[in-house]
Design a protein around this ligand. Structure first.
Ligand SMILES: [Fe+2]
Length: 235
């Protein structure tokens, strides 16, 4: 694949590459600081040669594997990616550790039988140890990028959203999508809590923020405020 073109002296600071992975069409992203090439992979959904090659071919430094939450379609590729880039730290909110370390059992909760797991691509090895937990309100720096970490429970207990406020970009995982919101019928889900999380920690960022969702197309906060049927009257 062609290497990235790192522009010097331009205003562009963030490079975002999306890989649509897993049968759930999950958006795995590599977000890079243009100046330093330091990068974070947000939600590696499954092991992907293409993902590893992208990081290596572009001489990116994978500083972190940052997980928005512990569901299998967002963390299933953590072990494979950590093997290729063992220096990358792995971060997740503490309230989703049970989901994360229980990854090999997660398919059972979805009705997939143990003997079906391999054929369906859901035979997970135990994931690697987390380096540390996200802390609500912390600023996580990746080169010159500064992500504010916002705890947004409701889809899962430990879901976080990562916002780069100078770039006006927010990575919402399964909290907020284009035209809908995350499901709340899985263990740890809570509809009222999710709406409150979105209102407090996402909509408050500003209408001109681009929203990078865990599934489906990008959107903006302004667009969601105006048209998302789940958010009418909440701001
Ligand atoms: Fe999820």
């Amino acid at each position: 694949m062609p290497p990235l073109f790192f522009r010097k002296g331009s205003n562009a600071k963030m490079i975002i590459k999306t890989f649509v992975l897993t049968p759930f069409q999950q958006n795995t992203r590599v977000v890079s600081c243009e100046e330093t090439r330091k990068s974070i992979c947000i939600d590696p959904g499954e092991g992907s040669t293409e993902l590893v090659e992208y990081i290596s071919a572009n001489d990116l430094e994978l500083q972190a594997i940052g997980l928005t939450h512990g569901h299998l379609d967002h963390v299933g590729g953590t072990a494979a990616l950590a093997k290729s880039f063992p220096d990358a730290e792995i971060l997740l909110h503490e309230s989703d550790e049970d989901l994360y370390y229980g990854l090999p059992q997660q398919p059972l909760f979805m009705g997939i039988q143990r003997h079906q797991m391999k054929a369906m691509g859901f035979d997970y090895e135990p994931p690697p140890r987390l380096t540390r937990n996200w802390r609500q309100g912390e600023t996580y720096e990746v080169g010159s990028l500064k992500f504010s970490v916002r705890h947004c429970p409701g889809h899962t207990r430990g879901h976080v959203v990562l916002a780069e406020e100078r770039e006006k970009k927010v990575f919402t995982g399964d909290c907020l999508f284009n035209g809908t919101i995350g499901r709340t019928d899985l263990p740890g889900g809570d509809y009222e809590q999710l709406i409150e999380s979105i209102r407090t920690h996402v909509l408050s960022l500003g209408d001109d923020f681009t929203v990078y969702c865990g599934h489906g197309p990008d959107t903006t906060i302004g667009h969601e405020k105006a048209s998302n049927p789940f958010l009418q009257g909440y701001y």
